[in-house]
Design a protein around this ligand. Sequence first.
Ligand SMILES: [Zn+2]
Length: 333
Amino acid sequence: MIGSDHAAIASINQPSSNNSNTVSTSFDLKKLNHQRKAIFDQTSLVTGIPWNLIAAVDQYEFTIHQFKKRKKSKEPQGLISIQFPERMWAGMLNPDPDDKELESIRIFKGIGLDGSGDGYADEQDPMDRLATMTSIMLKRGKRLEDIRISLWNHYQNSRSVQRIEQFAAIYAVKGTMDLYERAFPLPVNATYSYPDSYGASRGWGGHRIHEGTDLFADYGTPVRSTCYGIVEVKGWNPYGGWRIGIRDIGNVYHYYAHLSSYKKDLKAGDIVAPGQVIGAVGSSGYGKPGTSGKFVPHLHYGMYRDGGLADWSFDPYHYLKRWERDDLKAKAK
Ligand SMILES: [Zn+2]
């Protein structure tokens, strides 16, 4: 039951060609995220770690594991997505990789702890995995700087720590984990068109293939964030011109290119909401900073998933169709 609820999060972030009959999962997601938030609030009280940081670690792990299912037959279940590398739980030299005995795990220098209070450190138990992670986070101390170093020591990867800090910042500002609302990147009452052009061999703003969808509209048409997220990148790029990259809590990077201007005062690190104006359509790019007018004005919109070590592009077209339909529906009300 809980497992299938969690799958709902995966499905909302999945590249798909969902048709209009897609069943809304928003209610289940709300419920699920309320349950998760309650666990993280409680864990925060016990450990002294801010709830949003615990939530961010779990959310990060969720986004990383959702597409590469473990081959292990006993896949962790429940509301907590945190997993640990093979054999770390029981200890490298432990003859029993599924050991649950606290004493022998300790002897073999495993990391597994008991968080549920049943006297066992069970890697299948969500609360045991959560307690083990918070203990890792507190290894050096309770200050945010200490936790950051502890996280780096655990993941051995600055990307992971960056993602966790980004998610934590979004949760801190919004105060909730229920952040799956979406918006079409242009106002639906504007004049625009967007042919399905993903993967085309030539296009504006892509590299080897066209990694995104071009939305043609007049100069100055407002460009809006499609999601809740954090501004990761803002500035000039030789191909993209004036562009903005926004990371959402599903660990998807949304790329908006060829802008004519940015929304005043918007800067890297800002938290944005779906529908919030971030800039305006233009034709910047393909040259030195400020180059403009080498092609017709349009918004190049790309979506990239974080694969752990690198981002990979997927087709935004069907998402755009869905968000456009939803915005039109909301407008008609
Ligand atoms: Zn493009």
